[in-house]
Design a protein around this ligand. Structure first.
Ligand code: ADP
Ligand code: MG
Length: 285
């Protein structure tokens, strides 16, 4: 059974379509939703978290229908969600905030609830900060606090919207590790606009551009879509769709490779740029 299933899902805000004809089955694994700003990632994840209903199409989450009030409650008990901009109560302590979310999640018995709150705070490394006010925590600690509340009750489905944004490289590494070694192995759906998150963390990557799915497969398969379309040279090649100077001082080019250029092994980054760059030229033509 899929953890999440979207059938021909569409959503508009005013006259602008944020998602159109999205079909997606998410199986237990770590799936990355990769796309530029405005692609519709947050809109899709809000639907997966039962916060937003689609205008058209059908969604099933953990085998249940989120349009049905009783089933929606069942889904919410089994789901963890880190929104892109978590709303914190700045004067709450870390402990009180997570405890409050635990009450909302219907963990009624106080002793069991407090044990659970301590467990998730320990997991994200906030044990020593549990009784500090949220406004006194660093940005990285707040990201971990957002993850802690999402882990309450061992969710079967974990939805993370840009959860690594704003973290420094060491914090990102730590965050990825926390996600990849979760003991209950939930289905994880994580949005990002950074390809290194996808390469490091995800078994599967779905590329969303302008509200439609443009690629769905493994990171290696995504990289392979740029095969034979990447080349390097000492000078900028005007025939490339996109080029940039690498740290080695050469220019890396992607696009329709000229016959006289030698192709190099593509990365996930190359393939993603090629996909999103192709979209820019399609839109401007
Ligand atoms: N609540 C909203 N009201 C109006 N427009 C919205 C709203 N939410 C999203 N949009 C629009 O929908 C599109 C997709 O947004 P979003 O899902 O936030 O993309 P992403 O998360 O990939 O950056 C954008 O054009 C955005 O401006
Ligand atoms: Mg977003």
């Amino acid at each position: 059974m899929s953890s999440l299933s979207l059938e021909n899902v569409g959503k508009k805000f005013g006259s602008t379509p944020a998602l159109a004809g999205v079909r997606l089955e998410v199986e237990p694994s770590v799936t990355g939703l990769l796309g530029p700003n405005g692609a519709g990632k947050t809109t899709l994840l809000r639907m997966a978290a039962t916060v937003l209903a689609p205008d058209s199409g059908r969604i099933r989450i953990l085998g249940r229908d989120p349009a049905h009030p009783h089933e929606r409650v069942e889904i919410r008990r089994r789901l963890g969600y880190v929104p892109q901009e978590p709303g914190f109560y700045r004067n709450f302590t870390a402990f009180d905030f997570v405890d409050y979310v635990a009450v909302l999640k219907d963990i009624a018995e106080r002793r069991r609830r407090h044990d659970e709150v301590r467990k998730v705070l320990d997991y994200v490394g906030l044990r020593d900060h549990a009784h500090q006010r949220i406004k006194a925590l660093s940005g990285g600690m707040r990201q971990r606090l957002a993850l802690a509340q999402a882990l309450l009750g061992d969710p079967e489905l974990l939805i993370l919207d840009e959860a690594t944004a704003g973290l420094d490289p060491e914090q990102r590494l730590r965050f990825r590790e926390m996600i990849s070694v979760l003991p209950q192995r939930p289905t994880v759906l994580i949005s990002t606009h950074q390809t290194d998150d996808v390469s490091a963390l995800c078994q599967r990557v779905v590329v969303l551009i302008a509200g439609t799915i443009r690629f769905d497969g493994t990171p290696a398969e995504l990289a392979a879509t740029a095969s034979d379309r990447v080349w390097v040279d000492a000078d900028r090649d005007e025939r490339a769709a996109v080029s940039w100077r690498t740290s080695a001082g050469q220019f890396r080019h992607i696009g329709e490779r000229p016959a006289d250029a030698q192709s190099v092994t593509p990365t996930v980054d190359d393939a993603y740029l090629l996909l999103s760059g192709a979209d820019i030229s399609a839109r401007s033509s």
